[in-house]
Ligand binder design. Structure first.
Ligand code: GDP
Length: 215
């Protein structure tokens, strides 16, 4: 089932293969809505590609979506897991907040994201990434408002926690929690993660597993 030479069959549902399916620039280019899907969103440089690769245990998975041209698209991966233990789409949403983005790029990004969030009935959850060091930034709030308008179930993942001392991580966590209070669509469990140190990855996997299996 798995073509991954490093995979240990039978050991974990995460030992499987995730196939890159498609990149869509408009909602008409999306694959059939035949599976549950889970999307990952966040500012550019928040650590989204690294987290996706860590989540599925494949170094190159999300690399493709970071290549120029694909950064403005919805990138689909079929998460199959070991021996078909999982069956859902992971959607790598285009990063936002590029310093050099033009007005027209921002407009097309917003158009695509709004159309996707409002129209995709199979979308189970958006994991929204926030850099632990930076906390909830004004641009993040704009996206959280979009998610709120679209009434999409959202769960926040704080990334790169290793960049802060443990005592400061707790403070950052509390500050994020406070800033998220107005957003009722946000799941109460905030995941504090580090791809580098593999912190919080098991918790994220458990959440994804739960969403992927509950069809
Ligand atoms: P993306 O633009 O959101 O896809 O971000 P990337 O995954 O490309 O990561 C941006 C930068 O942050 C890269 O230099 C990564 O090596 C770094 N990075 C990502 N995750 C972590 C982490 O958990 N800890 C640390 N210290 N750096 C990270």
């Amino acid at each position: 089932m798995s073509n991954d030479p490093k995979a240990e069959p039978g050991e974990t549902p995460w030992a499987g293969e995730s196939v890159f399916i498609t990149s869509a620039v408009s909602t008409s280019g999306l694959p059939d809505g035949d599976k549950v899907e889970i999307a990952f969103a966040g500012r550019s440089n928040v650590g989204k590609s690294t987290l996706l690769n860590t989540l599925v245990g494949r170094k190159g998975l999300a690399k493709a979506s970071n290549t120029p041209g694909r950064t403005r698209m919805l990138n689909y991966f079929h998460l199959t897991g070991n021996k078909g233990a999982l069956d859902c789409y992971l959607v790598d949403m285009p990063g936002f907040g590029y310093a050099r983005a033009s007005k027209s790029e921002i407009k097309s990004w917003t158009g695509l994201v709004k159309a996707y969030l409002r129209g995709r009935v199979t979308l189970r959850r958006v994991f929204f990434l926030i850099d632990t060091r930076r906390g909830v930034m004004p641009g993040d709030k704009e996206i959280l408002e979009l998610l709120q308008e679209a009434a999409v179930s959202t769960q926040v993942i704080m990334t790169k926690a290793d960049k802060l001392k443990i005592s400061d991580r707790q403070k950052a966590y509390e500050a994020v929690k406070k800033d998220l209070k107005p957003f009722v669509i946000v799941h109460p469990d905030i995941l504090l993660t580090s791809s580098l140190k593999k912190l919080g990855i098991d918790e994220l996997r458990a959440a994804v597993l739960d969403l992927c299996q509950n069809i």
